[in-house]
Design a protein around this ligand. Sequence first.
Ligand code: ZN
Length: 277
Amino acid sequence: MYTSLNKVLKSAARFNYTVGAFNMHNLEMLPAMILAAKKQGAPIIIQTSVGTAEYIGHEVIVSVCRSLADSQSVDVVLHLDHCTKFSEIKKAIDLGYLSVMFDGSSLSFQENILRTKEVVAYASARGVSVEAELGTISGSEDGISAEKAYTDPEKAKIFVEETKIDALAVSVGTCHGSYKAKTELNFELIKKLHETVDIPLVIHGGTGVKEEDIKFCVDHGIRKFNVGTELLVGWTKKATEMFNNTKENSSLRNNIVPCNELVSEVVCRKIKLFLNN
Ligand SMILES: [Zn+2]
């Protein structure tokens, strides 16, 4: 079913797995992502930036997610990734997103709490879940770039209690946009955050995480695991190859299906690891 973040993360905590949150950049790749989750018997979080939502149209993305969630019997959460503006969060909620991330990580601690609380008030009254960020995850994502600052566990505890968010994005060594170099995770910090904070934790920049480190994350409270770059780079490389090697008057489908198949393979492989069986 088309559902909220809160519901799928509760189930993930109960059965000790993590839910893959995959960034889509065009409509083409969306069915492949949802069908890959179905194949693995797992829920999926589909994430869009504000830019992607505006490019495709919020209503169109909501419709496709709803329709496939129902017809394929898959739990699908549509989530607005990194959003710094309340007006854009409000728009996504009003048009049918059931999960949003307010990113106040560049604000002061108090300001981040205040602004996050406003978002939670609006979202929770409408059955929508909220993810927020504390500490700063470095790197660059869809034009937003930042310098790394680890999440402080004591501040995280206060932040979660004050804001009543559903999930917390933590800075534990990962960075956005990384796919060549692999991340050195701060395992001690993940452990400490898991002990201190009693809501689901979120890893951003998941492409850079070594696949052998995923189990540790799952066993220490990471319930949402973001993967964007691997899909973006994979799709783009395959598209370049296909478009360079097919006839101009060949159906576009012939170029795009292989790109979607690659997306499907990546989503399947990641979900298998996230399920922690
Ligand atoms: Zn992120």
